[in-house]
Design a protein around this ligand. Structure first.
Ligand SMILES: O=C(O)CCC(=O)C(=O)O
Length: 239
Protein backbone atom coordinates (compact mmCIF):
# COMPACT_ATOMS: atom_id res chain seq x y z
CA UNK A 1 0.00 0.00 0.00
CA UNK A 2 1.33 3.43 -0.90
CA UNK A 3 1.37 5.46 2.32
CA UNK A 4 1.93 9.14 3.00
CA UNK A 5 4.82 10.05 5.29
CA UNK A 6 2.29 11.25 7.89
CA UNK A 7 0.61 7.84 7.84
CA UNK A 8 4.02 6.09 8.08
CA UNK A 9 4.27 7.57 11.60
CA UNK A 10 1.35 5.31 12.54
CA UNK A 11 3.03 2.05 11.52
CA UNK A 12 3.16 -0.45 14.41
CA UNK A 13 6.88 -1.04 14.61
CA UNK A 14 6.96 -4.56 16.10
CA UNK A 15 4.60 -6.33 13.72
CA UNK A 16 5.86 -7.52 10.29
CA UNK A 17 4.61 -5.29 7.54
CA UNK A 18 2.01 -3.84 7.72
CA UNK A 19 -0.24 -2.66 10.53
CA UNK A 20 -1.04 0.96 11.28
CA UNK A 21 -2.77 2.40 14.35
CA UNK A 22 -4.38 5.86 14.41
CA UNK A 23 -5.83 7.03 17.78
CA UNK A 24 -8.74 9.48 17.73
CA UNK A 25 -9.45 8.75 14.06
CA UNK A 26 -12.99 10.01 14.69
CA UNK A 27 -14.19 12.46 17.33
CA UNK A 28 -16.77 11.96 20.11
CA UNK A 29 -19.65 13.33 18.01
CA UNK A 30 -18.79 11.17 15.02
CA UNK A 31 -18.66 8.14 17.33
CA UNK A 32 -22.03 9.02 18.89
CA UNK A 33 -23.60 9.56 15.43
CA UNK A 34 -22.37 6.16 14.25
CA UNK A 35 -23.68 4.42 17.38
CA UNK A 36 -27.09 6.03 16.86
CA UNK A 37 -27.18 5.12 13.16
CA UNK A 38 -26.52 1.39 13.57
CA UNK A 39 -29.91 -0.24 12.88
CA UNK A 40 -31.26 -2.26 15.78
CA UNK A 41 -33.09 -4.71 13.49
CA UNK A 42 -30.10 -5.95 11.49
CA UNK A 43 -28.21 -7.86 14.18
CA UNK A 44 -27.52 -11.55 13.76
CA UNK A 45 -26.87 -13.15 17.14
CA UNK A 46 -23.85 -15.47 17.03
CA UNK A 47 -22.61 -17.62 19.90
CA UNK A 48 -20.07 -15.11 21.22
CA UNK A 49 -20.95 -11.76 19.59
CA UNK A 50 -23.56 -9.96 17.42
CA UNK A 51 -22.94 -9.19 13.75
CA UNK A 52 -24.39 -7.04 10.97
CA UNK A 53 -23.27 -7.05 7.34
CA UNK A 54 -23.61 -4.07 4.99
CA UNK A 55 -24.77 -3.84 2.27
CA UNK A 56 -25.34 -7.63 2.45
CA UNK A 57 -23.62 -10.95 3.15
CA UNK A 58 -21.42 -12.51 0.50
CA UNK A 59 -22.75 -15.45 -1.54
CA UNK A 60 -21.23 -18.94 -1.24
CA UNK A 61 -18.87 -18.03 -4.08
CA UNK A 62 -17.69 -14.97 -2.09
CA UNK A 63 -19.55 -12.60 -4.40
CA UNK A 64 -21.13 -9.33 -3.28
CA UNK A 65 -24.35 -8.17 -4.97
CA UNK A 66 -23.50 -4.65 -6.05
CA UNK A 67 -25.22 -2.13 -3.79
CA UNK A 68 -24.09 1.08 -2.11
CA UNK A 69 -23.08 1.20 1.53
CA UNK A 70 -25.58 3.12 3.67
CA UNK A 71 -24.64 6.84 3.81
CA UNK A 72 -23.86 6.75 7.57
CA UNK A 73 -21.11 4.18 6.89
CA UNK A 74 -19.69 6.32 4.07
CA UNK A 75 -19.35 9.78 5.64
CA UNK A 76 -17.17 10.81 7.34
CA UNK A 77 -15.21 7.55 7.43
CA UNK A 78 -14.51 6.91 3.76
CA UNK A 79 -13.46 10.52 3.10
CA UNK A 80 -10.99 10.17 5.94
CA UNK A 81 -9.70 6.90 4.42
CA UNK A 82 -9.29 8.70 1.09
CA UNK A 83 -7.28 11.50 2.65
CA UNK A 84 -4.89 8.89 4.10
CA UNK A 85 -4.59 7.11 0.73
CA UNK A 86 -6.28 3.95 2.07
CA UNK A 87 -7.81 1.60 -0.55
CA UNK A 88 -6.28 3.72 -3.35
CA UNK A 89 -4.73 0.61 -4.89
CA UNK A 90 -7.60 -1.79 -4.18
CA UNK A 91 -9.69 -2.93 -7.19
CA UNK A 92 -12.69 -0.67 -6.45
CA UNK A 93 -10.51 2.12 -4.93
CA UNK A 94 -12.84 2.21 -1.95
CA UNK A 95 -14.31 -0.26 0.53
CA UNK A 96 -17.59 -1.83 -0.63
CA UNK A 97 -18.36 -3.98 2.42
CA UNK A 98 -18.58 -3.42 6.19
CA UNK A 99 -18.98 -5.96 8.98
CA UNK A 100 -20.18 -4.58 12.29
CA UNK A 101 -19.30 -6.73 15.30
CA UNK A 102 -20.52 -6.12 18.83
CA UNK A 103 -18.75 -7.74 21.79
CA UNK A 104 -19.95 -7.64 25.38
CA UNK A 105 -17.37 -8.31 28.11
CA UNK A 106 -16.36 -12.01 27.98
CA UNK A 107 -17.19 -12.18 24.26
CA UNK A 108 -14.71 -12.37 21.38
CA UNK A 109 -13.79 -14.03 18.12
CA UNK A 110 -11.61 -17.11 17.51
CA UNK A 111 -8.26 -16.62 15.76
CA UNK A 112 -8.86 -16.51 12.00
CA UNK A 113 -7.71 -14.86 8.81
CA UNK A 114 -9.89 -12.71 6.60
CA UNK A 115 -9.09 -14.69 3.49
CA UNK A 116 -9.15 -14.36 -0.24
CA UNK A 117 -12.64 -12.90 -0.78
CA UNK A 118 -11.19 -9.46 -0.10
CA UNK A 119 -8.37 -7.30 -1.36
CA UNK A 120 -5.68 -7.68 1.37
CA UNK A 121 -6.49 -4.62 3.43
CA UNK A 122 -8.94 -4.22 6.31
CA UNK A 123 -9.62 -0.96 8.11
CA UNK A 124 -11.21 -1.28 11.57
CA UNK A 125 -12.87 1.58 13.42
CA UNK A 126 -13.48 0.86 17.12
CA UNK A 127 -16.39 2.34 19.08
CA UNK A 128 -17.34 2.56 22.76
CA UNK A 129 -14.77 0.37 24.53
CA UNK A 130 -11.11 -0.53 24.30
CA UNK A 131 -9.93 -4.11 23.92
CA UNK A 132 -6.92 -6.05 22.73
CA UNK A 133 -6.75 -7.70 19.33
CA UNK A 134 -4.51 -10.78 19.56
CA UNK A 135 -2.24 -11.46 16.59
CA UNK A 136 -0.93 -14.99 16.00
CA UNK A 137 1.65 -16.33 13.61
CA UNK A 138 -0.05 -18.46 10.98
CA UNK A 139 0.59 -22.18 10.85
CA UNK A 140 2.26 -22.71 7.47
CA UNK A 141 0.48 -26.09 7.02
CA UNK A 142 -2.35 -24.16 5.44
CA UNK A 143 -4.92 -24.77 8.18
CA UNK A 144 -6.45 -22.06 10.33
CA UNK A 145 -4.69 -23.05 13.57
CA UNK A 146 -2.15 -20.59 14.93
CA UNK A 147 1.43 -21.83 15.50
CA UNK A 148 1.05 -21.28 19.21
CA UNK A 149 -1.99 -20.92 21.46
CA UNK A 150 -0.69 -17.63 22.81
CA UNK A 151 -0.66 -14.54 20.67
CA UNK A 152 2.65 -13.22 19.40
CA UNK A 153 1.48 -9.59 19.63
CA UNK A 154 -1.37 -7.63 21.21
CA UNK A 155 -2.80 -4.48 19.65
CA UNK A 156 -4.78 -2.32 22.08
CA UNK A 157 -7.63 -0.65 20.21
CA UNK A 158 -9.00 2.45 21.92
CA UNK A 159 -12.49 3.74 21.19
CA UNK A 160 -12.56 6.01 18.09
CA UNK A 161 -9.29 4.53 16.81
CA UNK A 162 -8.46 3.11 13.38
CA UNK A 163 -6.43 -0.06 12.82
CA UNK A 164 -5.30 -0.86 9.28
CA UNK A 165 -3.99 -4.34 8.45
CA UNK A 166 -2.47 -5.03 5.05
CA UNK A 167 0.56 -6.62 3.36
CA UNK A 168 2.05 -9.67 5.09
CA UNK A 169 0.26 -8.78 8.33
CA UNK A 170 -2.95 -9.54 6.37
CA UNK A 171 -1.71 -12.68 4.61
CA UNK A 172 0.63 -14.30 7.16
CA UNK A 173 -1.08 -13.77 10.53
CA UNK A 174 -4.34 -14.69 12.26
CA UNK A 175 -6.24 -12.37 14.55
CA UNK A 176 -8.73 -12.95 17.34
CA UNK A 177 -10.25 -11.42 20.47
CA UNK A 178 -10.13 -13.44 23.67
CA UNK A 179 -13.29 -13.96 25.67
CA UNK A 180 -12.29 -12.10 28.80
CA UNK A 181 -13.68 -9.11 30.66
CA UNK A 182 -10.37 -7.45 31.58
CA UNK A 183 -7.29 -7.03 29.40
CA UNK A 184 -4.33 -7.27 31.79
CA UNK A 185 -0.57 -6.59 31.84
CA UNK A 186 -0.90 -3.67 29.46
CA UNK A 187 2.59 -2.18 29.27
CA UNK A 188 5.06 -0.88 26.70
CA UNK A 189 6.64 -4.34 26.34
CA UNK A 190 3.36 -6.29 26.02
CA UNK A 191 1.33 -4.02 23.72
CA UNK A 192 2.73 -3.68 20.20
CA UNK A 193 1.16 -0.25 19.57
CA UNK A 194 1.88 1.20 23.04
CA UNK A 195 3.80 4.22 21.73
CA UNK A 196 1.01 5.01 19.26
CA UNK A 197 -1.85 5.01 21.81
CA UNK A 198 -3.85 8.20 22.27
CA UNK A 199 -3.80 7.93 26.07
CA UNK A 200 -1.65 5.14 27.51
CA UNK A 201 -1.81 6.82 30.94
CA UNK A 202 -5.38 5.56 31.45
CA UNK A 203 -4.10 1.98 31.38
CA UNK A 204 -0.95 2.66 33.42
CA UNK A 205 -2.98 4.41 36.12
CA UNK A 206 -5.38 1.47 36.20
CA UNK A 207 -2.59 -0.99 37.06
CA UNK A 208 -2.11 -2.08 33.44
CA UNK A 209 -5.76 -3.15 33.15
CA UNK A 210 -8.54 -2.36 30.69
CA UNK A 211 -11.97 -3.24 32.04
CA UNK A 212 -14.05 -3.96 28.94
CA UNK A 213 -17.53 -2.62 28.32
CA UNK A 214 -19.51 -3.29 25.14
CA UNK A 215 -17.32 -2.62 22.10
CA UNK A 216 -18.47 -2.25 18.50
CA UNK A 217 -16.13 -2.54 15.53
CA UNK A 218 -16.71 -1.48 11.92
CA UNK A 219 -14.47 -3.44 9.55
CA UNK A 220 -14.20 -1.96 6.06
CA UNK A 221 -13.06 -4.17 3.17
CA UNK A 222 -13.04 -4.30 -0.62
CA UNK A 223 -14.75 -7.50 -1.84
CA UNK A 224 -13.06 -8.61 -5.06
CA UNK A 225 -16.03 -10.26 -6.83
CA UNK A 226 -19.02 -7.99 -7.31
CA UNK A 227 -22.14 -9.00 -9.25
CA UNK A 228 -23.99 -6.33 -11.23
CA UNK A 229 -27.14 -8.37 -10.60
CA UNK A 230 -27.53 -6.40 -7.38
CA UNK A 231 -27.84 -3.10 -9.27
CA UNK A 232 -30.34 -4.67 -11.70
CA UNK A 233 -32.50 -6.10 -8.90
CA UNK A 234 -32.55 -2.71 -7.22
CA UNK A 235 -33.47 -1.03 -10.54
CA UNK A 236 -30.45 1.24 -10.49
CA UNK A 237 -28.77 2.29 -13.73
CA UNK A 238 -25.37 0.69 -14.25
CA UNK A 239 -22.37 3.02 -14.32
O1 LIG B 1 -13.79 -6.67 15.82
C1 LIG B 1 -12.65 -6.70 15.38
O2 LIG B 1 -11.81 -5.82 15.60
C2 LIG B 1 -12.21 -7.89 14.57
C3 LIG B 1 -13.26 -8.38 13.65
C4 LIG B 1 -12.80 -9.50 12.80
O3 LIG B 1 -11.86 -10.18 13.11
C5 LIG B 1 -13.48 -9.76 11.56
O4 LIG B 1 -14.46 -9.09 11.24
O5 LIG B 1 -13.02 -10.67 10.84
Amino acid sequence: MATSSAFENHRIPEIPESMFYVPNFINDKEEADLLTAIPSNRWIQLQHRRLQTHPSSLSKSNTLLEAPLPPWLVEPIISKFRSLGLFSDSPHHSPNHVLINEYNPNEGIMPHEDGAAYHPIVATVSLSSALCLDIYEKNQDGDQAPVSSSPKWRVLQEPRSLLVTCGSAYTDTLHGISEIDIDEDLRPDTVANWTLLGDSKIFTENGGKNVRTTRISLTYRDVLKVSKLGARLLGRPRG
